[in-house]
Write a protein that binds this ligand. Structure first.
Ligand code: ADP
Ligand code: MG
Ligand code: MG
Length: 962
């Protein structure tokens, strides 16, 4: 057996790796290899695999024994291709040491450029380039990066905030610039840079206590070590947590021959996107800087220039685009970007450098984008036949749709308000909040429930935790490809960057702009679509996806793909109408108790509750009936024949009673009883554990007249509409059932009411009677309950509460500890606990259908709009999910994703089993997992052995959508 391969070479039109090897080579390494193979000019280099990273952490930060020899061989190859030698006195080759995880983590990890500059190689490079200024500029950059990344961070030295080596060196450079009276790095001449390098060395020695290494190989290994160490760095760890990237993935390290964008006016560097990532428009879009090294563009140190004429901003007429400055090179670059997009079939985010008139590509990756542009690009790419519809659907994440449903600044309010400042529109949408100046403050204020806008000179990867909780981000510096813009875009955050007139002072926590000073806590409003900043709180308009043609088109495809129907939870005709606009196919839950709280109704409700006799109770109920009937009438009408599930009264009655003394006194007068009598009744209703007390169907069993009244109100409304020739489909739902007998008791009352109303009104209409499954016993006995119940709706809030034994209302006391100590990975009230609660659900569905194969099954808990839960509901073959109106589009998309994933899984099933048989450790693990899955499946099918169940699960649920 040949020894493990740890180093993958690329260069000279060949590569050991390719784009598919992201897990091993990281995204950057895999794509460098792929570009090399495509014949795109890429400086040669090699990638050290992520396996080395795992080895490094598993073996006390030691490398595999064979790594060094492999690396030296790769350097030899690189030297040959470049015609230069690493650590050479006459013709020295410099390299970059670059990090690269599987999925990109912008700026989270470390990269060191210009490695290999030492007192031994410097004279040779000067002689060869004849450009002494360039060499010292490269040297001071090496020192800045290396001392920060390798000598400070990777060594685990925590220098006091603001006292870090990088800041100190930057400070020194600023001092030299000030002394000279210049503002740009490029204005420093060779002598300035030489002196600067000397003082850098002295500062490093003083601050870190170690000499800056003067040995090429020491620098190289130091850089490699630093990249691996950065995987466990604070910022990388926190970014991974937010993005859900597993720690085991590890990072790869790419070592690559340096090319220089800072060799003078025929050199340049830039970052570009094959389409505009903020709007999705199909136009080559990017930024560049003449005479600069790569990091200058991204770091926002100098404000970059637009790439082409077409994408120049309003006030950029005078600045030179690359297209104008270097037309031939621009044309070449444009050709390459087209090749890349066609090859990868997706929008690419690319890095390039021009060294003395020669173009080199340094990176390509799938570009991050916000929701709006994700949708636009996906649809455009289908239209131009680059991708198919299912790919387009898969490319839009549910969270990205959410962004589209986000607010924008009211244009009328905007017109009235004077613009405070203008910057670059890096992340669209509107946001309003209080200014904070540090990421820590943002996190702190957000914790207190405040809406904040994070204002920074420029953001750095250290700020991500604050950016994540902020409503929006505003920076004074940086371009459309700056760190802030990139990260905000990834999260769909409203963001404005490069707002040059802002003077941000984080230490005094103030910002001044055009003579005005704003402080921490002051309100501002941002229009991220236009890059406009306003003082104060401007009103925001709700999102309006209905006018977005790309969105509408995508959603028609989504609706064709998905099997699961999507309904909404709505208690009013207005909510119902909104939900229909969002694509709801029915109502999965109408909570009738909300209808009793209106000021005109609560009186009658209370009268009903305190009634001591059936007679008085019925009198009060009679007052409530017309209200309920009107409500149902409005909702049925809005839904125009779509199914409407109405849940009978559910909460414990004491919730409707007054809580305070004066209120009690007033009510006693209203009811014509003594305060004592009222108090006695209230205390009678008091329960120690109301969530498990007298609620749900238990109310209707104790007071059948409540059920009868509600049923009558529903059916009278149905009769009225039927007479008006408007279709209705009421589904009456009994809550909190745990036995068939409970359900039967209620069912009789409901069916009697229906029969009576139909007879009285002389009309007929269809209706269903079903139940919620929200008590474990109901799920366990679903086969019995389904004998009578015509539909099930899983109430996953209560079901989660009762399965875990976690009181929904008290969970705040301990859940944070559970999440922190990873006892629970996620909050089960937000996403279905698939292993536990999910098992009950699956059992409920299967057992229910074993008795009644055409049983309609849905979910109406909060989980119904949460993407992972929606996918689960698809897998257990529910007919529909129901969620709040604003989540309906998200649920539709998630349902389509579930279908696409299911298809892919079925298609991939056989080869996956084959792979698992291979002998590698990893493969064995997957095999084990697969086996485990299989066995749980077979347990499940044993549980539901009854033949009809099998049939029911196999048979595809027919599309009941109208
Ligand atoms: P990140 O992942 O943070 O983007 P990169 O490894 O891409 O880090 O490198 C940072 C910057 O340095 C980029 O602008 C990149 O283009 C530039 N760079 C990296 N390697 C080289 C190289 N061999 N020659 C010239 N520039 C380079
Ligand atoms: Mg990069
Ligand atoms: Mg419930």
């Amino acid at each position: 057996m040949s020894p493990a391969k740890y180093v993958y070479f690329f260069g000279g039109g060949k590569a050991d790796g390719n784009a598919a090897m992201k897990n091993l080579l990281g995204g950057k390494g895999a794509n460098l290899a792929e570009m090399g193979k495509l014949g795109i000019p890429v400086p040669p280099g090699f990638t050290i695999t992520t396996e080395v990273c795992s080895h490094y952490y598993a073996n006390k930060r030691q490398y595999p024994a064979t790594l060094k020899a492999e690396l030296n061989k790769a350097i030899g190859k690189m030297e040959k291709l470049m015609g230069m030698n690493f650590d050479d006195t006459t013709n020295p080759l410099l390299v970059s040491v670059r990090s690269g995880a599987r999925s990109s983590m912008p700026g989270m990890m470390e990269t060191v450029l210009n490695v290999g500059l030492t007192s031994k190689t410097i004279p040779g490079l000067i002689a060869k380039t004849g450009n002494e200024r360039f060499v010292y500029d490269a040297y001071r950059r090496l020192m800045m990066m290396y001392s920060d990344v390798v000598m400070e961070k990777a060594a685990g030295i925590e220098l006091a905030h603001g006292g870090g080596i990088r800041e100190q060196l930057e400070h020194e450079m600023q001092r030299v610039k000030n002394a000279k009276g210049v503002s740009l790095d490029t204005q420093l001449d060779v002598n300035d840079l030489k002196t600067l390098c000397d003082s850098f060395k002295a500062i490093i020695k003083k601050v870190i206590g170690k000499e800056f290494p003067d040995d090429s190989y020491e620098q190289l290994w130091g850089g490699i070590h630093a990249v691996f160490a950065s995987w466990m760095g604070k910022r990388a760890v926190s970014y991974r947590r937010i993005e859900g990237i597993p720690e085991e993935w590890g990072t790869a390290v790419s070592v690559q021959a340096m090319v220089f964008g800072n060799m003078g006016d025929t050199s340049a560097t830039g970052v570009a996107f094959t389409r505009n990532p903020a709007t999705g428009e199909d136009v080559f879009f990017g930024e560049w800087l003449p005479n600069a090294q790569g990091e200058d563009v991204v770091a926002g140190i100098r404000t970059p220039l637009p790439l082409n004429k077409r994408t120049k901003g309003e006030d950029q007429a005078a600045v030179q685009s690359l297209e104008e400055a270097m037309p031939a090179l621009y044309k070449q670059l444009d050709g390459i970007q087209q090749t890349l997009e066609k090859h990868y079939k997706d929008m690419q985010d690319i890095e390039f450098t021009i060294q003395e008139g020669t173009l080199y590509m340094l990176q390509t990756r799938v570009g991050k984008r916000n929701g709006q542009s994700a949708i636009r690009m996906a649809v455009n790419m289908v239209e131009s036949k680059l991708i198919d519809k299912e790919t387009a659907i898969s490319r839009v994440k549910p969270e990205q749709l959410d962004e589209l449903l986000h607010p924008s600044v009211d244009p009328i309010a905007e017109k009235k308000a004077g613009v405070l400042a203008k910057g670059l529109p890096a992340g669209p949408g509107g946001a309003c909040g209080q200014i904070v100046f540090t990421a820590d403050d943002a996190a702190e204020w957000a914790k207190q429930g405040k809406k904040v806008i994070l204002v920074r000179k420029e953001t750095s990867p250290e700020d991500v935790h604050g950016m994540h909780v902020a409503q929006a981000i505003l920076t004074a510096k940086g371009g459309m490809t700056s760190h802030a813009a990139l990260v905000a875009r990834g999260w769909g955050r409203c963001c404005i960057v490069g707002c040059g007139t802002l003077d941000v002072n984080a230490s005094t926590k103030t910002m001044s702009v055009n003579g005005k000073t704003l402080r921490e806590g002051d309100y501002i409003t941002l229009n991220g679509s236009k890059g406009l900043v306003y003082e104060g709180q401007l009103s925001l308009l709700p999102a309006d996806p209905e006018h977005n043609l790309w969105y509408k088109k995508l959603m028609t495809w989504v609706d064709k793909v998905r099997r699961l129907n999507v309904r909404t939870n709505a208690d009013t005709p207005k909510d119902a109408a909104q939900a229909i606009l969002f694509g709801a196919e029915g109502i999965g839950l109408t909570r009738t108790e909300h209808m009793f709280f209106g000021p005109d109704r609560i009186g009658a409700m209370r009268e009903m509750i305190v009634a001591q006799t059936r007679e008085t109770r019925e009198k009060a109920l009679a007052k409530l009936l017309p209200f309920q009937r009107d409500d149902f009438y409005g909702i049925f009408k809005a839904m125009a024949g779509k199914p409407v599930t109405i849940r009978l009264l559910d909460p414990p009655l004491h919730e409707f009673l007054p809580q305070t003394e004066p209120e009690t006194a007033t009510l006693a007068v209203e009811l014509g009883i003594t305060v004592e009598a009222l108090k006695a009744r209230i205390s009678q209703l008091h329960e120690l554990n109301p969530m498990l007390g007298h609620r749900g169907c238990r109310l209707g069993i104790a007071y059948p007249e409540i059920t009868t009244m509600q049923a009558r109100a529903i059916f009278e409304a149905a009769a009225m509409l039927t007479k008006e020739k408007i279709k209705v489909l009421p589904e009456v739902m009994v809550p909190l059932v745990s036995t068939l007998a409970e359900f039967k008791h209620q069912e009789v009352l409901i069916r009697n009411a229906a029969a009576l109303v139909m007879k009285e009104q002389g009309v007929r209409f269809k209706y269903l009677v079903g139940t919620m499954i929200e008590i474990p016993r109901a799920a366990l006995t679903a086969n019995e309950i389904a004998r009578d119940a015509e539909f099930f709706s899983f109430g996953t809030n209560d079901l989660t509460q009762m399965t875990f034994g976690f009181s929904r209302d008290d969970v705040g006391g301990f859940l944070p500890y559970y999440l922190e100590s990873k006892i629970l990975a996620v909050d089960p009230f937000q996403t279905i606990d698939q292993t536990g609660v999910g098992e009950l659900i699956q059992m409920g569905v299967e057992r229910g259908r074993s008795t009644r194969p055409d049983l309609k099954v849905g979910i109406c808990g909060e989980h119904g709009g949460e993407p992972a839960s929606v996918k689960f509901c698809h897998r257990v073959r529910m007919n529909y999910v129901s969620c709040s109106p604003f989540r309906v589009p998200i649920a539709r998309l998630a349902a389509a994703h579930a279908m696409i994933e299911e298809k892919a899984k079925t298609a991939a099933k056989k080869p996956a089993v084959k792979k698992a048989a291979k002998k590698t450790k990893a493969a064995k693990k997957t095999a084990k997992k697969a086996a485990a899955k299989k066995s749980t499946k077979s347990i499940r099918s044993i549980k539901s052995m009854k033949k009809p169940a099998k049939k029911a699960t196999k048979k595809p649920v027919k599309k009941g959508r109208k």
